[in-house]
Every structure is written in C-alpha cells, then in structure tokens.
Ligand binder design. Structure first.
Ligand code: ADP
Ligand code: MG
Length: 185
C-alpha cells in the first residue's frame, strides 16, 4: 500500500473507533509515554486534534512538573514549516486554523533545545522500523531533520503496518509507543 492509501485507511480506522474504546487506547499510550519522558528535561509535544492520539492528558500531567520545559508546535501559515514554543499550561494555547490548538501569539519561538530533549511525533501510521506516514505535508520530516533529541512516535496498535515506503527526507522515530507496548526501532 502506498502512503496515500495508508492515509485514507488509517483515517477511516480512527473514525471507526468508538469514543469509549478510543479513550482506553489513548490512556494506555499516555501512561507509557508519561513514564518514558520522565528522564527528559525538555519535551516537544503536539496538542492533539480529533483524529490524533490524545496528548491533552499527557500535557496536563507534564504541566505539573515545573522543572520540565514543554514546547508545542505552530505552523508557519502558507508553508510546510513549523516551530516550537514554550508553554506552561493550556492557557498558553489558542485555537488556530482547522481547530488546531497552538501557542498564542506573543510567545517567543525556540530553536535551540537542551541535549536532554525528546519530541513526541504523531503519525497516521508507523512501521516496525519507525518510518511514518503523516498528513502528507512533511512538517515533521523538515523539523526532525534538524532535531538531535530522542524521537518518540505514538500511534494506535491498529495503525502499525509491516512496511512503509520511504525516501531520503523521511525521518524515522527512535521509539514507538502503542496501546500494546513500547518498541525501540
Ligand atoms: P508526511 O511525512 O507528512 O507523511 P511526506 O513524507 O509524503 O509527508 O512528505 C511530503 C513532502 O514533503 C514530500 O514531497 C517530501 O519530499 C517533502 N519533504 C519532506 N521533508 C523534506 C525536507 N527536509 N526538505 C524538503 N522537502 C521535504
Ligand atoms: Mg514523511
């Protein structure tokens, strides 16, 4: 299956999950993720939209630890580039286009991260080597090409496939967390 077909299939799969079932999967991923990010002093984490694995619970737990730096992404309008901005709570977010919550205007973006950083990488689909299918714009491929911290993919176990085609610009995750467990690629 090519990336286009995988995108369509994985979107349909996610929409087919009922909300109670999905909450259980989200929580299983969140519990593992919270444990796994505990040694990192800086965590780059997207703010989940409807179709993505939930990160709001994870963020609410991370905000409790004031020694941890949390950063959320914001896309530069009209481009395929995103930057990360420090946030300390949900009050630092506002609704942007496509109902995506992003850091409020006025927060300064950060481009240098501590050596002990990790980035939570969303995907519609992962394979066992850590290659991913995103929404097709290459936002994370561009960002991760310059990011030297740990890349932690999160995904429903029902969205893991044997093999995903990839090219030179696709960046793979180092670790994948699903509702079934944690694997190192
Ligand atoms: P996604 O990763 O969102 O699933 P793709 O991997 O299909 O999407 O990438 C989308 C487009 O972005 C492709 O045309 C790809 O070549 C391009 N792209 C990805 N990373 C880079 C990069 N670092 N520099 C330039 N173009 C890139
Ligand atoms: Mg890609």
């Amino acid at each position: 299956m090519n990336k286009q077909e995988l995108r369509a299939r994985m979107k349909a799969y996610r929409l087919s999950l009922d909300s109670a079932e999905r909450k259980i999967l989200d929580r299983a991923i969140a519990d593992r993720l919270i444990e796994l990010v505990s040694p990192y002093d800086t965590v780059l984490c997207y703010v989940s939209s409807e179709i993505e694995v939930d990160t709001r619970y994870v963020l609410s737990e991370l905000f409790k630890d004031s020694s941890k730096k949390i950063l959320a992404p914001k896309c530069v309008k009209g481009t395929n580039i995103m930057h990360f901005y420090p946030i300390t709570g949900f009050d630092d977010l506002e609704e942007g286009s496509f109902s995506i919550y992003e850091p409020k205007d006025g927060i300064s973006m950060q481009t240098d991260f501590s050596d002990n950083s990790c980035c939570i990488v969303p995907a519609l689909c992962y394979d066992s080597k850590g290659y991913r299918v995103g929404f097709g714009k290459g936002f994370y491929d561009r960002f991760l090409a310059e990011f030297s911290g740990k890349k932690i993919g999160i995904c429903y176990s029902g969205c893991i496939v044997d093999k995903i085609e990839h090219d030179d610009t696709d960046i793979k995750a180092d670790i994948i967390i699903t509702d079934k467990g944690v694997s190192y690629t």
